[in-house]
Design a protein around this ligand. Structure first.
Ligand code: SAM
Length: 380
């Protein structure tokens, strides 16, 4: 029997630095958190909660359902165990393509690529021995995705029930040069505690990720609303009735966006066009107000929640201009955003003082590989 069916235990992969926010979310959705490791959380839950996590989590990247775990010191042992202890032919058919994501560390088996190859051979050989033919392997985006994780000679082979990474919500059909990851944007919205009591503003909205995540949060649009979620159906005990009920229950919670509640602007005309298109993929996205403008030229935005991610200096922009942009942003907040709270994702720690405003707190968050600082500023 597949391991997860016996244990009801699963693994959530998250971007490094978001673990503690993911734990909070997993608990809120109703699962029991077992333990945290770097970039992951082990949790336990029933089928319904698992499906709800897949459909609504805004912070998790992938959910893995373990099929087999084993002490593993050699490639040969890995092959034999994977061949004989997992019923691959019950999981998918010759018509499905499959891929494998492998991660190997601190083990006798040294090479991820080779370990993945061994697992692939075991899968193909089992199919060939049963049907005389093997399914097609693809390095990326197979219909079904397996995960092989080996750390300190402990191997876990899992079915990836998210298929594609859950940060790909489906609304971002276009992006500017430095879009932030959706899971990070969702975490920033979460950290702002914004619930719609004040206007939400991103005055440097780029491709609109923070605006889209703000909209989804306010309107209760499930993070998986636009995704296909088809990988879930590969679970051998997949229950369509529970899945449909979870989706229906969550979709019934969607509420309308009041006019004027979310507002975005950017200096770049193309960015506003991109943001408009991305928002239009979501329910009520057309009700978000957008404007082409330098933030320096905006009128007063008092009594608001400002969330924004100014240019990084690393990926876009030159350092001398960047410092000036941060100085100007600080002035804009102080002069035109009275009785507001601002959450500024600064490209690096040294940029926070350039705002020339006192931060109530600073948190280190990773945007892809870049270590950024989120600064909370209260403007009186
Ligand atoms: C790092 S990007 C924002 C990325 C965005 N969070 C996303 O997910 O796509 C910074 C944005 O700031 C805009 N920008 C730079 N200087 C500006 C200014 N003075 N006024 C308004 N927008 C500005 C750029 O056009 C760019 O789109």
């Amino acid at each position: 029997m597949y391991e997860y069916i016996k244990t009801n235990k699963y693994f959530a992969q998250v971007t490094g630095s978001l673990e503690k926010y993911a734990i909070e979310e997993i608990k809120n959705i109703g699962a029991e958190v077992l333990n945290e490791v770097p970039r992951g959380i082990r949790f336990q839950c029933n089928q319904e909660t698992l499906y709800r996590l897949l459909y609504t989590s805004r912070i998790i990247q992938r959910i893995l359902a373990p099929l087999l775990s084993l002490q593993c010191h050699s490639e040969k042992y890995l092959y034999n165990q994977a061949y004989s202890n997992i019923e691959w032919t019950n999981l998918f058919s010759l018509n499905d393509t499959f891929s494998i994501i492998t991660n190997v560390s601190n083990s006798h088996i040294k090479h991820s690529l080779y370990a993945g190859q061994i697992l692939k051979d075991a899968i193909c050989d089992q199919f060939r021995d049963k049907y005389g033919s093997r399914p097609n392997f693809t390095t990326k985006n197979g219909d079904i995705v397996f995960n092989l994780h080996i750390n300190k000679n402990w191997a876990t082979i899992s079915l990836d029930i998210s298929g594609t990474s859950m940060h790909k919500r489906g609304y971002r059909t276009q992006a500017n040069t430095a879009p932030m990851q959706e899971t990070l944007a969702a975490t920033i919205i979460q950290l702002s505690n914004w619930t719609g009591q004040k206007r939400l503003i991103d005055p440097m909205c780029g491709s609109g990720t923070l605006l889209c995540e703000g909209l989804m949060k306010y309107c209760n649009i499930p993070a998986g609303y636009l995704r296909s979620n088809s990988a879930l159906a590969f679970l051998p005990d997949f229950n369509l009735k529970i899945w449909e009920t979870v989706k229906q229950t969550e979709n019934n919670k969607i509420i309308e966006l009041p006019d004027n509640l979310i507002y975005g602007s950017d200096i770049n005309e193309d960015c506003i066009e991109i943001t408009k298109n991305n928002l239009s993929n979501l329910p009520y996205g057309n009700q978000v107000q957008l404007k082409i403008s330098r933030f320096q030229d905006l009128k007063e935005q008092n009594n608001s929640i400002i969330v924004t991610n100014p240019p990084y200096g690393l990926r876009i922009g030159k350092t001398e201009n960047i410092n000036k942009t941060y100085n100007d942003l600080g002035d804009f907040l102080k002069q035109k955003c009275k009785q507001s709270e601002a959450y500024i994702l600064c490209g690096k720690a040294e940029l926070v003082p350039e705002l020339r405003l006192r931060a109530s707190w600073k948190k280190t968050l990773k945007n892809a590989d870049i270590e950024t600082k989120l600064a909370k500023i209260i403007i009186r």
